[in-house]
Write a protein that binds this ligand. Sequence first.
Ligand code: NDP
Length: 331
Amino acid sequence: NKRIELASRPDGMPTLSNFKLNTVALAPIEDGEFLVRNQWMSVDPYMRGRMKEVDSYVPPFQIGKALEGGCIGVIVESKNDRFAEGDLVLGNQGWREYWKSTGQGVQKIDPELAPAQAYLGALGMTGMTAWVGLKRIANIQSGETVFVSAASGAVGSMVAQIAKANGCNVIGSAGKQSKIDWLRDRAGIEQVMNYKATDNLTEELGKLAPDGIDVYFDNVGGEHLEAALQHMNDFGRIAACGMISTYNATKPPAAPRNLFQVIGKRIRMQGFIVRDHMEDYQEFMRDVSTLIRSERVVWEETITDGLENAPNAFIGLFEGENLGKSLVRIS
Ligand code: NDP
C-alpha cells in the first residue's frame, strides 16, 4: 500500500523534501470492516496548518505517518453489512492507495448525480464552505455587493456564482489573466481584478466598488482584507473563511493595518469552519444541485495524475497553479 507521509515540517513554503512516498503492508480486513481503493483525493490549503506542530481545530499531522484528507474510492472487499463491494465512498483517508474502515464517518455517494470527484468539490466540503459562508455567516441579500478573494479557486468560484445566482453584484480577485478570463467567460462574473497586476490593491478595488462592499468573503487575509475593510459599507459583514496569504508566513503579516474600520463602520466579522454546519448539508445539496442543473453554477477541476505527484499538487495551491478544485487522480 503506497502512501505519502510527512517527512519533516515545512518552514515557510512547503517543499517536496517535506513529503515521503512509502510502501507499507496492508493488514487483512476483519468482520465489520471494508477495504477501499482510492480513486481521487483532495489537496486543500488547510492541510498546511496540520503540518505545523500546533493544536488547532484539527490535530497536527505526525512525522513518519501518512497525511490525511478528503478522498473518493471504491470498495474492493467488504465484511460489513452496510457497505458492499463496488460501492463508491467518500472518506478522509487520502494520500494513500488503500484504506480500511468500519464505516464511521464514511459516506456512500451517488455517481448518477454528478461525477464522483464532484463530491470533493462543488457538491462536497468546498461547495458547502461557499454556501455556508454566504448564507449562514454573511446572510447575503439580493442587491448587495459581494467581494470574494481567490475567486477562481475551489471555494471562491462557488462563492462568486452562488452570490450572483442570489441576485448579488459580485466582485472577484485572482492572480492570473487566464483565471480572470474564466471568471468572465465561464462564471459570468464581470467585475474582476488581477491582484498581481496592481501595486495598489485598495485603489483597484475602489474602482470596481464605487458604491462600497456589503459582504467580503475572505479566502486570503493580509492585503486583501485591508483593501476590503477600506471599502466596506456601514454594517457590512465579513465571512472569514481562510487567510491563505499567511499560511506559509515566517513572520506576522503586515496587513491589515486598518482593522479599526470594523468599529467605525459597525462591521460584523465572523470566522467559521464548515464542519460545524453539517446539519445544513441537505439544504446545501438541494440548493446547489438546482443551481448546477440550471447551469447557473459551473465548476473547473485541475487534475494531477498519480499519488506520487500529490505533493506537487498541494504545493501548487500556494503558487496559484490551480483553477477551480485541485484534485489528484490516484487510479
Ligand atoms: P483554492 O482552490 O482557492 O486554492 C488556493 C488559491 O489561493 C490559489 O490558486 C491562489 O489563487 C490563491 N492564493 C495562494 N496564495 C495566495 C496569496 N499569497 N495571496 C493571495 N492568493 C493566494 O483553495 P480552496 O478553495 O480549497 O481554499 C480557499 C480558502 O478557503 C483557503 O484560505 C482555505 O483555507 C479556506 N477554506 C476554509 C474552510 C473553512 O471551513 N473555513 C474550508 C475550505 C477552505 P490566485 O492565483 O488567485 O492567487
